[in-house]
Design a protein around this ligand. Structure first.
Ligand code: ZN
Length: 151
């Protein structure tokens, strides 16, 4: 018998979309990430210790928290004097302190792509738990809109 458990974690970051008029301007979200894990109950009567799952998800999301999330589909130049990342996106020139930015391995920073990215990162970590048979990651940028990926 398998059962599903879930946790919710939040992180805050800025982003913009490539190729979108309104969302091509820099703005921020308090992203809400729901992780659903399905598996057989192990000897203690749980699928995975909530403390362990929350710690793993926290470590993943902390890399993105209070950062400028940048897509990997554009070119970046690092200014050797200022240390800033310079780039052009949506025909606009930007410059940000490098330590405030994360270039994420997705072409556009959308809920859809973030859900796939976090799913793949989590799946790799959870592969050691042999009782787990299912995973779903839901990323909401607002209460009323988000994306879900389950492999
Ligand atoms: Zn947005």
């Amino acid at each position: 018998m398998s059962i599903k458990i879930s946790i919710v974690k939040n992180f805050s970051s800025a982003h913009f979309l490539i190729g979108h008029e309104k969302c091509g301007r820099i703005h921020g979200h308090n992203w809400k990430v729901k992780v659903i894990v399905e598996g057989e109950l192990e000897e203690h009567g749980w699928v995975i210790d909530f403390t362990v799952l929350k710690k793993v998800v926290d470590e993943l999301l902390n890399r993105y928290d209070h950062k400028m999330l940048l897509p990997n589909s554009i070119s970046y130049n690092e200014n050797s004097i200022t240390g800033n990342l310079n780039f052009i996106a949506n025909s606009k020139k930007y410059s940000f302190p490098k330590e405030d930015c994360v270039i994420v391995p997705i072409a556009n920073v959308t809920c859809e792509n973030l859900s796939i990215l976090i799913y793949n990162e989590l799946k790799e970590i959870l592969k050691n738990f042999t009782n787990i048979c299912g995973l779903e990651v839901i990323v909401n940028e607002r209460d009323e809109q988000g994306a879900s990926f389950s492999g």
